[in-house]
Each structure stands twice: as structure tokens, then as C-alpha cells.
Design a protein around this ligand. Structure first.
Ligand SMILES: C[S@@+](CC[C@H](N)C(=O)[O-])C[C@H]1O[C@@H](n2cnc3c(N)ncnc32)[C@H](O)[C@@H]1O
Length: 252
């Protein structure tokens, strides 16, 4: 039997690692992700102003003392709508400066692990850094268990059966568009629910999917909530929430 550390491999200097840290529970990190979190010279992570950073919080149990860290703090998050030119300008400058700060470390020959909630290539901020540094420095992306996968596991709800079509929809879409997409799918995941909860619920009611829909908040984390949508009495939802509408396909 191979040793787990040998399977997980090592970190190389001058390389950027996009490390998927999964949905919240540290035990869901892959062997490679956990090894890199412990080995890289610098742990980099995104954080909202004044908060610890979700991905950084997830890996906390793996972080020993005296680690070099690079905190990349968003100048804005949801104070300004993403369509606003000022949002685009500020966030684009932020990614440029973050890529520059990471480049400096990589040029010094350090290995840098940039943490990403869930999977780095699935609606992740990491992708904006990857776009700027790919082909400039060696980059390795370590896949992670997605948040939605953590949600349907905790909800004990298989999401697709047989040939079910699954649609992953951002809750930020308008209600008419959301309704149209839901009407044309067998199973759905509505992400980024937050302040869009009421609109998402209306679209699910309009398409007859509300009865089987499940609301999940902070899956696999402290404070997890899993509830049938019809039993959720208020319209408030935090950032880490989504709605599942499981498929009903072939079940031989
Ligand atoms: C910007 S996306 C990041 C997705 C992430 N890269 C992934 O692979 O899941 C953030 C959205 O993912 C969903 N999400 C991620 N993790 C979650 C969790 N543990 N519980 C509930 N929703 C989660 C929420 O809808 C949240 O608004």
C-alpha cells in the first residue's frame, strides 16, 4: 500500500497552486489539496473587508504556526451592483494588483497556494488570477468538491437520475429568465441565492418545482441549515446558500 504523503506529492518553488478547499468541512479536501496547504511557502486567500476569508477559515485546522500569508482584500463586494462601471473598474484593478503581488512572490522562487472555496474553476475568483498569470508562471489547479455537491450530499438528495438534465443557474438572473430556464430543465441548482431568494422562490413556484425544492445554507460548515423550500418562512438568505431542485428521472 502506498503512503498517503507519497500519493499527495510535493510543492515546487515558483509555482502557483489554485487549491480547491471544498464546501466547508476540512475533511473534504483532496489529499493533494491538504498536502499543498501544509507545504507551500505562502498561503494566499481572498477576503471581504473585516472578515477572515471563508477559504482561509476552512483550512485553519491544517495551518501550523509562523506561516507566511497573503491576504487579498476585495475593495467592494455587494455594496455596488456588478453592472456598475465603478464596480468593474475597482474589481479589475484589484485583480491586477493581486496578480502583481502574487507574481512578486513567484519571482522570488516561492511556492504559493491561492485558496478557492469549492472548486477553483467553478464561479471562482481564482479564475481571474489564473487568466492573468497563465503561461507567465507554472500553475497547477487542484480540483475541489463543489459547494453544490456538498449541499445535495447534506440534503441527502440525489440530484440527477437516468438522463436528467441539470441546469446550474445564478440567482442573480432576472425572474423571467430564471423561470424560462427552470421550465426547460429536469433538475436545477440555483446558486448565489443571498438577496435573490424571493425571486428564485417565485420562479420555482411558477414552474411547479417549489414542492420538491430544498434550501441549503452553509452546507458542511458550522451553522448548516437544510430545509424543504416550502418550510422556509422568511426570505432572508446568506451568501453561502443555494436551492436544489432534484430531478425525477429513470429509477429502475
Ligand atoms: C462565487 S460561488 C463559488 C462557488 C465555488 N467555487 C464552488 O465550487 O462551489 C459562491 C456560491 O456558491 C454557493 N455555495 C458554495 N459553497 C456553499 C455551501 N457550503 N453551502 C451553500 N452554498 C454554497 C452559494 O450559492 C454561493 O453564493
Amino acid at each position: 500500500m502506498m503512503d498517503l504523503d507519497a500519493i499527495a506529492g510535493t510543492a515546487r518553488g515558483g509555482t502557483l497552486y489554485g487549491i480547491g478547499v471544498g464546501p466547508g468541512d476540512v475533511s473534504y479536501l483532496t489529499l493533494r489539496a491538504a498536502a499543498l496547504v501544509r507545504q507551500v511557502d505562502v498561503i494566499a486567500f481572498f477576503a471581504k473587508r473585516g472578515l477572515q476569508g471563508n477559504a482561509r477559515g476552512i483550512v485553519d485546522p491544517l495551518m501550523g504556526p509562523h506561516r507566511e500569508e497573503l491576504r487579498l482584500e476585495y475593495p467592494v463586494t455587494n455594496e455596488i451592483p456588478p453592472e456598475d462601471p465603478s464596480y468593474r473598474q475597482q474589481i479589475s484593478r484589484f485583480y491586477e494588483e493581486s496578480a502583481e503581488a502574487l507574481s512578486l512572490l513567484l519571482r522570488q522562487g516561492k511556492s504559493v497556494g491561492l485558496l478557492a472555496e469549492g472548486d477553483p474553476f467553478f464561479y471562482g475568483s481564482f479564475m481571474h488570477i489564473w487568466r492573468r498569470l497563465d503561461k507567465v508562471f507554472p500553475i497547477e489547479v487542484v480540483p475541489g468538491v463543489t459547494g453544490m455537491s456538498g449541499c445535495w450530499t447534506r440534503a441527502n438528495a440525489p440530484i440527477t437520475w437516468g438522463d436528467d438534465i441539470l441546469s446550474v443557474l445564478p440567482g442573480t438572473m432576472g425572474e423571467a429568465q430564471l423561470t424560462r430556464r427552470l421550465a426547460d430543465t429536469d433538475a436545477a441548482v440555483i446558486m448565489k441565492v443571498g438577496r435573490n431568494f424571493a425571486r428564485a422562490k417565485e420562479a420555482l413556484i411558477a414552474t411547479g418545482m417549489a414542492e420538491r425544492a430544498i434550501y441549503v445554507e452553509r452546507a458542511t460548515m458550522v451553522g448548516e441549515v437544510v430545509t424543504p423550500l416550502c418550510q422556509k418562512l422568511d426570505d432572508s438568505a446568506p451568501y453561502f446558500s443555494l436551492i436544489l431542485a432534484p430531478g425525477r428521472g429513470r429509477r429502475p
